[in-house]
Design a binder for this molecule. Structure first.
Ligand SMILES: N[C@@H](CCC(=O)N[C@@H](CS)C(=O)NCC(=O)O)C(=O)O
Length: 221
């Protein structure tokens, strides 16, 4: 795994505010990703970085309330990260951003073609994470003794899902966006210590794709 980010880090929200007028006039091709390294935005940022997609990364520090500022609420009225601005188009919801990027940059990301079994597999994992897993993971915070049942559930869900895992990569023989999605998601569950031990297919996968994923350090930006 490559942890990326200079000492100065990506541009902070301040720099977005200063230049917002010119950014709004940017050409359609300009991508601006609003995220925080300790958020679901780490996954969409990893996609942009791993596949070398030109973009501007803007950290929205929700720990400092930047997600509730009037400027950011114009980007995402829900006050959540991540969000993606593409010209005049704004996409929120990390799963939607993932699928939007997958279609825009299908060649670089090795996105499976519509209507193929691999495309179905891609949807399956992304929706599994966004709905079943992340809803349960959110309920596991803040940690405490009473969270043991939900943590056991997370572990057991991951264990069951492993039977759906086919290698060497998640959609066949080539490294794709879905590998990045799984790697980042799995890293979170390892960090939360709800990672099922002894599942060789997961362990091999993490070792295989880790060196190829560019993941912004999972520490506050
Ligand atoms: N379903 C949304 C969830 C977004 C979300 O809840 N983001 C969190 C960080 S992971 C956030 O912005 N939290 C700040 C808050 O809710 O105040 C997605 O996947 O993008």
């Amino acid at each position: 795994m490559t942890f990326r980010g200079s000492a100065a880090g990506p541009p902070r929200y301040e720099s977005y505010k200063e230049s917002s007028t010119s950014l709004e006039r940017s050409p359609m091709s300009k991508l601006i990703h609003y995220y925080h390294p300790m958020s679901r935005g780490a996954r969409t940022q990893a996609l942009l970085d791993t596949f070398n997609i030109p973009h501007e990364a803007v950290v929205i520090d929700y720990t400092q309330g930047e997600h509730q500022s009037p400027d950011y609420l114009r980007i995402n009225p829900l006050g959540k990260v991540p969000a993606l601005k593409h010209g005049d188009t704004i996409i929120t919801e990390s799963g939607a951003i993932t699928l939007y990027l997958a279609d825009l940059f299908s060649e670089q990301m090795n996105t499976p073609a519509p209507g193929t079994p691999e495309r179905g597999r891609m949807y399956e994992w992304i929706f599994f994470f966004q709905t079943t897993m992340e809803q349960a993971a959110a309920a596991a915070f803040p940690p405490g003794a009473d969270k043991t049942p939900i943590r056991e559930k997370l572990k057991s869900l991951l264990q069951s899902a492993s039977t759906r895992f086919i290698g060497p990569y998640t959609v066949g023989d080539n490294f794709s966006l879905l590998d990045v999605v799984l790697f980042v998601e799995f890293s979170w569950y390892k960090m939360m210590e709800v990672w099922p031990s002894g599942l060789e297919q997961y362990e091999q996968f993490m070792k295989r794709v880790g060196p190829r994923v560019v993941l912004t350090a999972l520490t506050p930006g």
